[in-house]
Design a protein around this ligand. Structure first.
Ligand code: ADP
Ligand code: MG
Length: 321
């Protein structure tokens, strides 16, 4: 199968919203008046962002999910994406699974594939995504204010727990492992929640590198600090059954959660609860923004905890290089 057969067979579908999709030198998107274009890109490299053991349909899902998660964090509605692939070989079974996982998630969010690039090389996947948000209404990292509540969606830490099982550091019974592995390989981007939080949240970010680091980005950009109740961070029953130190590592510095972290003023607690119900995603209050810079961690009894966790950095963490 040649490059152009591959593109035609697996990655070309009629577009619904875009003015022009795959097949020309550029795709053309329609932008409504009064809207801003939100765009984001993620590069996934085998062995660094995903393990070679992942099923192709889950990889297709995840490649798009991490980008949808970025749009969600900004409160943007997905429109379209491009897909650039480096593949060691054109293997029909792999392409069939990958494109199925990709398009299933794309269809669920009304997000169309409009172009890309395909080349031979070590397996690498880039998705660039485009969404729209009413001008001036995007949720950004810099909007947190002292007094805001800090929230996270869903449950944190399962993806890291799964990684520790793959690394041989933790063992789990098969069924439990399947569940946490699903969290790692098939994250559900919180697009509906991001949209519902427009006009409610002051600041938002999606959790890709670990709660402490990502919250740190919000606080730094917002010029404030926070108190964080580490035992209030929501976790699955699978993770809650693990030793407390591992629970804290996974929830605070886990990475690959793809949940939303956001802040909102206390006066908006009802509105936050409504947004969560409308989106069908639980949200949990885990702390409060404070004027003094820095992050103050407390346990369930209010006791201060030293911050000994580091979040992920591609150029600092030797364990993942
Ligand atoms: P060009 O050389 O002009 O960049 P290509 O020959 O690489 O174009 O690609 C032909 C068409 O196929 C273009 O419209 C491009 O956007 C699209 N395309 C290439 N690879 C992919 C892919 N993996 N997924 C979707 N569209 C793709
Ligand atoms: Mg090209």
């Amino acid at each position: 199968m040649g490059e152009f057969d591959l593109i035609a067979r697996y990655f070309t579908r009629p577009v619904q919203r875009a003015a022009l999709g795959v097949g020309d030198d550029c795709a053309l998107l329609r932008i409504e008046p009064g809207m801003q274009l939100a765009t984001s890109a993620d590069l996934l490299i085998e062995g660094r962002h995903f393990l070679s053991t992942v099923a192709p349909d889950r990889l297709g899902h995840k490649a798009l999910a991490v980008n949808l998660s970025d749009l969600a964090a900004c409160g943007a509605r997905p429109l379209a994406f491009t897909l650039s692939l480096a593949l060691p070989q054109a293997e029909a079974a792999w392409l069939e699974g990958f494109s199925r996982g990709l398009f299933t998630l794309a269809d669920a969010h009304g997000c169309e594939l409009v172009g890309g690039d395909t080349t031979r090389g070590p397996l690498a996947i880039n998705v660039s995504i485009f969404g729209e948000v009413p001008a001036g209404q995007a949720l950004l990292r810099n909007g947190a204010r002292p007094g805001d509540d800090v929230y996270v969606s869903g449950r944190l830490g399962d993806a890291r727990l799964a990684l520790e099982v793959f690394r041989g550091m933790v063992s789990l019974p098969g069924e439990d492992f399947d569940r946490v592995r699903l969290a790692m390989e098939c994250p559900q981007p919180r697009v509906a929640l991001g949209l519902a939080l427009r006009g409610v949240a002051h600041a938002a970010i999606d959790l890709s590198d670990g709660l402490l680091g990502d919250l740190g980005h919000v606080l730094q950009r917002s010029g404030c600090g926070a108190r964080l109740d580490v035992d209030a961070v929501p976790r699955s029953d699978d993770l809650a059954a693990q030793p407390l130190a591992l629970q804290r590592l996974c929830t605070l510095a886990g990475g690959d959660d793809y949940e939303l972290l956001f802040t909102a003023p206390a006066a908006k607690r009802e509105a936050v609860a409504r947004a969560a119900r409308a989106a069908g995603v639980p949200v949990t209050r885990i702390g409060q923004v404070e004027p003094e810079p820095g992050l103050r961690l407390v346990d369930a009894s209010g006791q201060a905890l030293p911050n000994t966790w580091s979040s992920f950095d591609h150029f600092l963490d030797p364990s993942r290089s």
